[in-house]
Design a protein around this ligand. Structure first.
Ligand code: ZN
Ligand code: MN
Length: 480
Protein backbone atom coordinates (compact mmCIF):
# COMPACT_ATOMS: atom_id res chain seq x y z
CA UNK A 1 0.00 0.00 0.00
CA UNK A 2 1.22 3.43 -0.86
CA UNK A 3 0.20 5.58 2.07
CA UNK A 4 0.87 8.99 3.51
CA UNK A 5 0.48 10.24 7.05
CA UNK A 6 -0.90 13.72 7.56
CA UNK A 7 -0.23 15.52 10.83
CA UNK A 8 -1.23 18.94 12.11
CA UNK A 9 -0.50 20.33 15.56
CA UNK A 10 -2.23 22.52 18.10
CA UNK A 11 0.21 23.83 20.63
CA UNK A 12 -0.60 25.70 23.82
CA UNK A 13 2.16 27.76 25.40
CA UNK A 14 1.77 29.20 28.91
CA UNK A 15 3.19 32.71 29.02
CA UNK A 16 5.35 33.73 31.97
CA UNK A 17 3.89 37.20 32.55
CA UNK A 18 3.90 38.38 36.18
CA UNK A 19 0.12 38.43 36.39
CA UNK A 20 -2.74 36.51 34.78
CA UNK A 21 -4.40 37.46 31.52
CA UNK A 22 -7.57 39.20 32.81
CA UNK A 23 -6.88 40.03 36.49
CA UNK A 24 -4.04 41.07 38.80
CA UNK A 25 -3.53 37.65 40.34
CA UNK A 26 0.03 36.35 40.35
CA UNK A 27 0.90 34.04 37.52
CA UNK A 28 3.30 31.67 39.22
CA UNK A 29 3.61 28.10 40.39
CA UNK A 30 2.13 28.01 43.86
CA UNK A 31 2.59 25.45 46.57
CA UNK A 32 -0.90 25.95 47.94
CA UNK A 33 -3.89 25.26 45.70
CA UNK A 34 -6.32 28.14 45.17
CA UNK A 35 -3.89 30.75 46.47
CA UNK A 36 -3.66 33.06 43.46
CA UNK A 37 -7.34 33.61 42.78
CA UNK A 38 -9.88 36.45 42.73
CA UNK A 39 -13.51 36.94 41.61
CA UNK A 40 -12.42 37.50 37.99
CA UNK A 41 -10.42 34.31 37.50
CA UNK A 42 -13.03 32.42 39.57
CA UNK A 43 -15.64 33.60 37.07
CA UNK A 44 -17.95 35.29 39.55
CA UNK A 45 -20.86 37.15 37.97
CA UNK A 46 -20.26 40.89 37.82
CA UNK A 47 -16.47 40.70 37.87
CA UNK A 48 -14.87 42.47 34.94
CA UNK A 49 -11.92 41.11 32.98
CA UNK A 50 -9.19 43.47 31.72
CA UNK A 51 -6.72 42.35 29.09
CA UNK A 52 -3.11 42.29 30.33
CA UNK A 53 -1.09 44.25 27.74
CA UNK A 54 2.01 42.17 28.43
CA UNK A 55 0.14 39.17 27.06
CA UNK A 56 -0.45 41.07 23.84
CA UNK A 57 3.26 41.97 23.68
CA UNK A 58 4.37 38.39 24.23
CA UNK A 59 1.88 36.97 21.73
CA UNK A 60 2.94 39.57 19.21
CA UNK A 61 6.60 38.58 19.55
CA UNK A 62 5.81 34.89 19.08
CA UNK A 63 3.61 35.63 16.06
CA UNK A 64 6.37 37.69 14.47
CA UNK A 65 9.00 35.05 15.26
CA UNK A 66 6.83 32.59 13.32
CA UNK A 67 6.56 34.97 10.38
CA UNK A 68 2.83 35.58 10.84
CA UNK A 69 0.81 38.40 9.36
CA UNK A 70 -0.36 40.50 12.27
CA UNK A 71 -4.04 41.39 12.42
CA UNK A 72 -3.84 44.86 13.90
CA UNK A 73 -7.53 45.17 14.53
CA UNK A 74 -8.83 42.21 16.47
CA UNK A 75 -10.92 41.19 19.50
CA UNK A 76 -11.52 38.44 22.06
CA UNK A 77 -14.35 35.90 21.77
CA UNK A 78 -16.29 33.69 24.13
CA UNK A 79 -16.13 29.96 23.51
CA UNK A 80 -18.98 28.31 25.38
CA UNK A 81 -18.85 24.89 26.94
CA UNK A 82 -19.44 23.54 30.39
CA UNK A 83 -16.70 21.87 32.35
CA UNK A 84 -15.82 22.02 36.05
CA UNK A 85 -12.39 23.51 35.32
CA UNK A 86 -14.03 26.46 33.57
CA UNK A 87 -16.00 28.37 36.18
CA UNK A 88 -17.56 30.95 33.85
CA UNK A 89 -19.01 28.34 31.50
CA UNK A 90 -17.01 29.84 28.65
CA UNK A 91 -13.37 30.43 27.79
CA UNK A 92 -12.20 33.84 26.62
CA UNK A 93 -10.16 33.23 23.49
CA UNK A 94 -9.77 34.52 19.94
CA UNK A 95 -11.80 32.71 17.31
CA UNK A 96 -12.77 34.85 14.35
CA UNK A 97 -9.71 37.11 14.25
CA UNK A 98 -6.56 35.61 15.72
CA UNK A 99 -3.66 37.96 16.39
CA UNK A 100 -1.38 36.21 13.88
CA UNK A 101 -2.19 34.27 10.68
CA UNK A 102 -0.37 32.67 7.74
CA UNK A 103 2.98 32.14 9.39
CA UNK A 104 5.61 29.49 8.78
CA UNK A 105 8.47 27.61 10.35
CA UNK A 106 11.22 26.09 8.23
CA UNK A 107 12.66 22.68 9.14
CA UNK A 108 16.32 22.52 8.12
CA UNK A 109 16.75 18.76 8.43
CA UNK A 110 13.50 17.85 6.67
CA UNK A 111 14.06 20.76 4.24
CA UNK A 112 10.42 21.70 4.45
CA UNK A 113 8.25 24.57 5.54
CA UNK A 114 5.43 23.94 7.97
CA UNK A 115 2.69 26.55 7.61
CA UNK A 116 1.33 28.16 10.76
CA UNK A 117 -2.37 28.79 10.30
CA UNK A 118 -2.87 30.95 13.34
CA UNK A 119 -1.64 32.16 16.72
CA UNK A 120 -4.13 33.49 19.22
CA UNK A 121 -4.34 34.51 22.87
CA UNK A 122 -6.59 32.82 25.40
CA UNK A 123 -6.94 31.95 29.07
CA UNK A 124 -5.97 28.63 30.63
CA UNK A 125 -8.49 26.61 32.60
CA UNK A 126 -8.20 25.40 36.19
CA UNK A 127 -6.42 22.15 36.93
CA UNK A 128 -8.36 19.06 37.95
CA UNK A 129 -6.81 16.37 40.10
CA UNK A 130 -8.63 13.07 40.11
CA UNK A 131 -8.35 11.31 43.46
CA UNK A 132 -9.75 7.93 44.40
CA UNK A 133 -13.14 9.10 45.53
CA UNK A 134 -13.25 12.70 44.45
CA UNK A 135 -11.94 15.26 42.02
CA UNK A 136 -10.19 18.34 43.35
CA UNK A 137 -9.90 21.59 41.44
CA UNK A 138 -7.05 24.08 41.72
CA UNK A 139 -7.97 27.48 40.27
CA UNK A 140 -4.43 28.84 40.41
CA UNK A 141 -4.12 28.01 36.72
CA UNK A 142 -7.47 29.55 35.82
CA UNK A 143 -6.70 32.69 33.82
CA UNK A 144 -3.04 31.95 33.17
CA UNK A 145 -2.26 33.46 29.75
CA UNK A 146 -1.78 31.13 26.81
CA UNK A 147 -0.97 31.41 23.18
CA UNK A 148 -2.31 28.71 20.92
CA UNK A 149 -0.35 27.91 17.77
CA UNK A 150 -2.14 25.91 15.06
CA UNK A 151 -0.20 24.43 12.15
CA UNK A 152 -1.48 23.34 8.76
CA UNK A 153 -1.42 19.54 8.25
CA UNK A 154 2.06 19.74 6.72
CA UNK A 155 3.91 17.21 8.88
CA UNK A 156 4.31 13.74 7.36
CA UNK A 157 6.11 11.56 9.87
CA UNK A 158 7.47 11.29 13.39
CA UNK A 159 10.87 12.71 12.43
CA UNK A 160 9.35 15.89 11.09
CA UNK A 161 7.09 16.03 14.12
CA UNK A 162 10.07 15.91 16.46
CA UNK A 163 12.04 18.43 14.45
CA UNK A 164 9.09 20.81 14.40
CA UNK A 165 8.61 20.60 18.17
CA UNK A 166 12.32 21.08 18.85
CA UNK A 167 12.58 23.94 16.40
CA UNK A 168 9.51 25.66 17.84
CA UNK A 169 10.79 25.32 21.40
CA UNK A 170 14.20 26.52 20.30
CA UNK A 171 12.69 29.56 18.60
CA UNK A 172 10.34 30.49 21.44
CA UNK A 173 13.14 30.19 24.00
CA UNK A 174 14.78 33.25 22.42
CA UNK A 175 11.77 35.41 23.29
CA UNK A 176 11.84 34.37 26.97
CA UNK A 177 8.05 34.43 27.10
CA UNK A 178 7.52 30.97 28.60
CA UNK A 179 9.22 28.27 30.66
CA UNK A 180 8.49 25.84 27.80
CA UNK A 181 8.46 22.77 30.03
CA UNK A 182 6.38 20.06 28.48
CA UNK A 183 6.44 17.84 31.59
CA UNK A 184 5.09 20.69 33.68
CA UNK A 185 2.44 21.67 31.17
CA UNK A 186 3.79 25.05 30.10
CA UNK A 187 4.15 23.65 26.57
CA UNK A 188 1.29 21.37 25.55
CA UNK A 189 0.75 19.77 22.21
CA UNK A 190 -2.23 17.99 20.57
CA UNK A 191 -1.80 15.91 17.45
CA UNK A 192 -4.29 15.78 14.60
CA UNK A 193 -3.46 12.76 12.51
CA UNK A 194 -4.91 10.73 9.68
CA UNK A 195 -3.58 8.32 7.06
CA UNK A 196 -4.26 8.45 3.32
CA UNK A 197 -4.13 5.39 1.05
CA UNK A 198 -2.91 6.96 -2.16
CA UNK A 199 -3.52 3.91 -4.36
CA UNK A 200 -7.16 3.57 -3.49
CA UNK A 201 -7.63 7.27 -2.78
CA UNK A 202 -9.25 6.75 0.60
CA UNK A 203 -8.38 8.25 3.94
CA UNK A 204 -9.16 7.68 7.60
CA UNK A 205 -10.97 10.31 9.66
CA UNK A 206 -8.78 12.69 11.64
CA UNK A 207 -7.90 11.59 15.16
CA UNK A 208 -7.02 14.16 17.75
CA UNK A 209 -4.53 12.91 20.34
CA UNK A 210 -4.19 14.76 23.66
CA UNK A 211 -2.16 14.45 26.91
CA UNK A 212 1.24 14.40 25.27
CA UNK A 213 3.67 15.54 27.92
CA UNK A 214 7.06 15.03 26.34
CA UNK A 215 8.59 15.11 22.88
CA UNK A 216 9.23 11.39 23.21
CA UNK A 217 5.59 10.82 24.12
CA UNK A 218 4.46 12.80 21.08
CA UNK A 219 6.65 10.69 18.78
CA UNK A 220 5.44 7.43 20.32
CA UNK A 221 1.80 8.50 20.15
CA UNK A 222 2.27 9.47 16.52
CA UNK A 223 3.76 6.09 15.62
CA UNK A 224 1.10 4.24 17.59
CA UNK A 225 -1.76 6.08 15.99
CA UNK A 226 -0.25 5.77 12.51
CA UNK A 227 -0.04 2.00 12.91
CA UNK A 228 -3.57 1.77 14.27
CA UNK A 229 -4.98 3.84 11.40
CA UNK A 230 -3.05 1.83 8.81
CA UNK A 231 -4.44 -1.42 10.19
CA UNK A 232 -7.98 -0.13 9.97
CA UNK A 233 -7.36 1.04 6.41
CA UNK A 234 -6.20 -2.45 5.49
CA UNK A 235 -9.06 -4.28 7.16
CA UNK A 236 -11.57 -1.77 5.86
CA UNK A 237 -13.03 -1.18 9.30
CA UNK A 238 -15.23 1.89 9.68
CA UNK A 239 -13.86 4.67 11.87
CA UNK A 240 -15.33 7.93 13.11
CA UNK A 241 -13.55 11.09 14.09
CA UNK A 242 -12.38 10.86 17.70
CA UNK A 243 -10.58 12.68 20.43
CA UNK A 244 -8.13 10.24 21.96
CA UNK A 245 -5.80 10.41 24.96
CA UNK A 246 -2.21 9.15 25.14
CA UNK A 247 -1.65 6.74 28.01
CA UNK A 248 1.99 7.22 28.90
CA UNK A 249 2.23 4.06 31.01
CA UNK A 250 0.54 1.65 28.61
CA UNK A 251 1.97 3.52 25.61
CA UNK A 252 -1.32 3.49 23.73
CA UNK A 253 -4.07 5.92 22.78
CA UNK A 254 -7.66 5.45 23.89
CA UNK A 255 -10.97 7.07 23.10
CA UNK A 256 -11.94 10.17 25.09
CA UNK A 257 -14.82 11.47 22.94
CA UNK A 258 -16.44 10.41 19.68
CA UNK A 259 -17.57 12.82 17.04
CA UNK A 260 -21.21 12.42 17.99
CA UNK A 261 -20.61 14.28 21.24
CA UNK A 262 -18.65 17.02 19.53
CA UNK A 263 -19.30 20.42 21.03
CA UNK A 264 -21.06 23.40 19.58
CA UNK A 265 -19.22 26.36 21.07
CA UNK A 266 -21.61 29.19 20.16
CA UNK A 267 -18.80 31.70 19.75
CA UNK A 268 -19.53 35.40 20.10
CA UNK A 269 -17.50 38.53 20.66
CA UNK A 270 -16.53 39.00 24.31
CA UNK A 271 -18.55 42.11 25.21
CA UNK A 272 -16.58 43.04 28.35
CA UNK A 273 -13.22 43.52 26.67
CA UNK A 274 -12.72 46.34 24.18
CA UNK A 275 -11.62 45.38 20.69
CA UNK A 276 -7.88 45.46 20.27
CA UNK A 277 -6.26 48.04 18.02
CA UNK A 278 -2.52 47.64 17.53
CA UNK A 279 -0.88 50.80 16.27
CA UNK A 280 1.58 50.57 13.43
CA UNK A 281 4.19 52.04 15.74
CA UNK A 282 3.73 49.26 18.28
CA UNK A 283 4.01 46.58 15.64
CA UNK A 284 7.11 48.18 14.17
CA UNK A 285 8.65 48.68 17.60
CA UNK A 286 8.12 45.01 18.49
CA UNK A 287 9.56 43.94 15.15
CA UNK A 288 12.68 46.00 15.76
CA UNK A 289 13.28 44.27 19.08
CA UNK A 290 13.10 40.70 17.77
CA UNK A 291 16.39 39.04 18.76
CA UNK A 292 18.59 37.07 16.41
CA UNK A 293 16.69 33.79 16.00
CA UNK A 294 18.15 30.26 16.04
CA UNK A 295 18.36 29.57 12.30
CA UNK A 296 20.19 32.81 11.63
CA UNK A 297 22.36 32.35 14.71
CA UNK A 298 23.31 28.85 13.59
CA UNK A 299 24.57 29.95 10.21
CA UNK A 300 26.44 32.89 11.75
CA UNK A 301 28.09 30.67 14.41
CA UNK A 302 29.10 28.21 11.72
CA UNK A 303 30.73 30.85 9.63
CA UNK A 304 32.13 33.20 12.24
CA UNK A 305 33.58 30.55 14.57
CA UNK A 306 34.12 27.77 12.02
CA UNK A 307 32.25 25.22 14.12
CA UNK A 308 30.68 21.92 13.02
CA UNK A 309 26.88 21.61 12.70
CA UNK A 310 26.63 19.48 15.80
CA UNK A 311 28.28 22.10 18.02
CA UNK A 312 26.28 24.91 16.51
CA UNK A 313 22.98 23.15 17.19
CA UNK A 314 23.78 22.72 20.86
CA UNK A 315 25.24 26.20 21.33
CA UNK A 316 22.07 27.81 19.95
CA UNK A 317 19.54 25.70 21.85
CA UNK A 318 18.63 28.69 24.01
CA UNK A 319 19.76 32.30 24.35
CA UNK A 320 21.61 31.65 27.62
CA UNK A 321 24.04 29.09 26.26
CA UNK A 322 24.52 31.09 23.06
CA UNK A 323 25.40 34.26 25.02
CA UNK A 324 27.61 32.32 27.40
CA UNK A 325 29.58 30.91 24.48
CA UNK A 326 30.00 34.22 22.70
CA UNK A 327 31.02 36.12 25.82
CA UNK A 328 33.57 33.45 26.68
CA UNK A 329 35.05 33.67 23.20
CA UNK A 330 35.48 37.42 23.72
CA UNK A 331 37.76 36.71 26.69
CA UNK A 332 39.66 33.84 25.11
CA UNK A 333 39.50 33.31 21.38
CA UNK A 334 39.43 29.51 21.18
CA UNK A 335 35.94 28.78 19.81
CA UNK A 336 36.25 25.05 19.22
CA UNK A 337 37.92 24.37 22.54
CA UNK A 338 35.31 26.45 24.37
CA UNK A 339 32.54 24.69 22.51
CA UNK A 340 34.00 21.30 23.52
CA UNK A 341 34.25 22.35 27.14
CA UNK A 342 30.70 23.67 27.21
CA UNK A 343 29.34 20.47 25.67
CA UNK A 344 31.30 18.08 27.88
CA UNK A 345 32.92 19.33 31.09
CA UNK A 346 30.42 22.11 31.74
CA UNK A 347 27.24 20.27 30.79
CA UNK A 348 28.19 17.18 32.77
CA UNK A 349 28.27 19.33 35.93
CA UNK A 350 24.84 20.83 35.28
CA UNK A 351 21.85 18.86 36.55
CA UNK A 352 19.36 20.83 34.48
CA UNK A 353 21.41 20.60 31.32
CA UNK A 354 21.34 23.48 28.86
CA UNK A 355 18.54 25.17 30.84
CA UNK A 356 21.01 25.69 33.66
CA UNK A 357 22.92 28.40 31.76
CA UNK A 358 20.13 30.80 32.69
CA UNK A 359 21.21 31.00 36.34
CA UNK A 360 24.76 29.70 36.28
CA UNK A 361 26.92 31.20 39.09
CA UNK A 362 29.96 30.89 36.83
CA UNK A 363 30.22 33.94 34.58
CA UNK A 364 31.56 33.66 31.03
CA UNK A 365 34.29 36.17 31.93
CA UNK A 366 35.74 33.73 34.50
CA UNK A 367 35.18 30.70 32.30
CA UNK A 368 37.10 32.58 29.63
CA UNK A 369 39.98 33.22 32.05
CA UNK A 370 40.14 29.50 32.80
CA UNK A 371 40.20 28.73 29.09
CA UNK A 372 42.98 31.27 28.62
CA UNK A 373 45.06 29.58 31.35
CA UNK A 374 44.85 26.33 29.41
CA UNK A 375 45.33 27.88 25.99
CA UNK A 376 48.48 29.58 27.22
CA UNK A 377 49.80 26.28 28.55
CA UNK A 378 49.81 27.59 32.13
CA UNK A 379 47.80 24.63 33.37
CA UNK A 380 47.06 21.16 31.96
CA UNK A 381 43.53 19.98 31.20
CA UNK A 382 43.29 17.91 34.38
CA UNK A 383 43.90 20.96 36.54
CA UNK A 384 41.47 22.96 34.45
CA UNK A 385 38.81 20.39 35.14
CA UNK A 386 39.50 20.54 38.87
CA UNK A 387 39.22 24.32 38.92
CA UNK A 388 36.05 24.20 36.85
CA UNK A 389 34.37 21.88 39.33
CA UNK A 390 34.89 24.56 41.97
CA UNK A 391 34.13 27.75 40.12
CA UNK A 392 31.02 26.36 38.48
CA UNK A 393 29.41 26.42 41.92
CA UNK A 394 31.20 29.34 43.57
CA UNK A 395 31.60 31.62 40.58
CA UNK A 396 35.13 32.43 41.81
CA UNK A 397 37.97 33.80 39.72
CA UNK A 398 39.92 30.77 38.39
CA UNK A 399 43.30 32.49 38.89
CA UNK A 400 42.59 32.93 42.58
CA UNK A 401 41.56 29.29 42.92
CA UNK A 402 44.76 28.25 41.18
CA UNK A 403 46.90 30.27 43.61
CA UNK A 404 45.04 29.28 46.74
CA UNK A 405 44.66 25.55 46.17
CA UNK A 406 48.19 24.59 45.21
CA UNK A 407 46.98 23.42 41.86
CA UNK A 408 49.64 25.17 39.84
CA UNK A 409 51.90 23.27 37.47
CA UNK A 410 55.08 21.53 38.65
CA UNK A 411 57.87 22.77 36.41
CA UNK A 412 60.88 22.36 38.65
CA UNK A 413 63.12 19.80 36.93
CA UNK A 414 64.64 18.52 40.14
CA UNK A 415 61.21 17.91 41.60
CA UNK A 416 60.05 16.14 38.47
CA UNK A 417 63.17 13.96 38.51
CA UNK A 418 62.43 12.89 42.09
CA UNK A 419 58.89 11.95 41.21
CA UNK A 420 60.08 9.89 38.23
CA UNK A 421 62.65 8.02 40.34
CA UNK A 422 60.04 7.19 42.88
CA UNK A 423 57.65 5.91 40.23
CA UNK A 424 60.29 3.71 38.61
CA UNK A 425 61.17 2.18 41.95
CA UNK A 426 57.55 1.44 42.53
CA UNK A 427 56.98 -0.17 39.12
CA UNK A 428 60.18 -2.13 38.44
CA UNK A 429 58.25 -4.69 36.41
CA UNK A 430 57.47 -2.12 33.76
CA UNK A 431 61.19 -1.92 32.93
CA UNK A 432 61.30 -5.45 31.51
CA UNK A 433 59.81 -4.35 28.17
CA UNK A 434 61.96 -1.29 27.81
CA UNK A 435 64.41 -2.79 25.32
CA UNK A 436 61.73 -4.04 23.00
CA UNK A 437 59.17 -1.30 23.36
CA UNK A 438 60.73 1.86 24.77
CA UNK A 439 57.77 4.04 23.69
CA UNK A 440 55.31 1.91 25.59
CA UNK A 441 57.38 2.08 28.78
CA UNK A 442 57.76 5.83 28.54
CA UNK A 443 54.03 6.28 28.02
CA UNK A 444 53.34 4.04 30.97
CA UNK A 445 55.38 6.30 33.25
CA UNK A 446 53.89 9.41 31.68
CA UNK A 447 50.47 8.12 32.70
CA UNK A 448 51.61 7.27 36.21
CA UNK A 449 53.21 10.68 36.63
CA UNK A 450 50.09 12.53 35.59
CA UNK A 451 47.95 10.30 37.76
CA UNK A 452 50.13 10.85 40.78
CA UNK A 453 50.12 14.67 40.47
CA UNK A 454 46.63 15.19 39.13
CA UNK A 455 47.97 16.28 35.76
CA UNK A 456 50.10 19.08 37.18
CA UNK A 457 53.38 17.99 35.59
CA UNK A 458 54.62 19.77 32.53
CA UNK A 459 54.33 16.96 29.95
CA UNK A 460 57.47 17.87 27.96
CA UNK A 461 59.64 18.06 31.02
CA UNK A 462 58.13 14.87 32.37
CA UNK A 463 58.86 12.95 29.17
CA UNK A 464 62.41 14.24 29.17
CA UNK A 465 62.94 13.22 32.78
CA UNK A 466 61.60 9.74 32.16
CA UNK A 467 63.81 9.23 29.11
CA UNK A 468 66.93 10.31 30.98
CA UNK A 469 66.16 8.20 34.00
CA UNK A 470 65.47 5.09 31.88
CA UNK A 471 68.67 5.67 29.91
CA UNK A 472 70.62 5.88 33.11
CA UNK A 473 69.21 2.64 34.44
CA UNK A 474 70.02 0.94 31.15
CA UNK A 475 73.61 2.10 31.19
CA UNK A 476 73.96 0.89 34.73
CA UNK A 477 72.65 -2.51 33.68
CA UNK A 478 75.12 -2.76 30.82
CA UNK A 479 78.01 -1.84 33.06
CA UNK A 480 77.02 -4.58 35.53
ZN1 ZN B 1 -7.60 36.55 39.53
MN1 MN C 1 -7.04 26.44 23.03
Amino acid sequence: MNFQTVIGLEIHVELNTKTKIFCGCKNEASREPNENICPTCMGYPGSLPRLNQKVVDYALKAAMGLNCEIQRSTHMDRKHYFYPDLPKGYQITQAAKPLGINGQLYLEKAKKTVRIQRIHMEEDTAKMMHRKESTEIDYNRSGVPLIEIVTAPDISNEKELLEFLEELKNLLSFFEISDLKMEEGSLRCDLNINVVDQDRDIKTPVMEVKNLNSFKGAVKACLYEQRRLLETLETGCELTKETRGWDQKKEETKTLRKKEDSLEYQYFIEPEILPLQLSEGKVRNTASRIPELPQKKRSRFKEQYDLPDYDVRILTKNPYVADFFEQTVLVCYAPKRISNWIMTQLLSEMPRGLEGFKELPLKPKDFGKLMALMEGGKIPKKVGEKILKEIIITGENPKRVLENRNLGPITDEQEIREIVKELINKHRKALQDYQKKPGKTINFFMGKGMERTGGRLDPCKLREAIKQELLLINQQKKEE
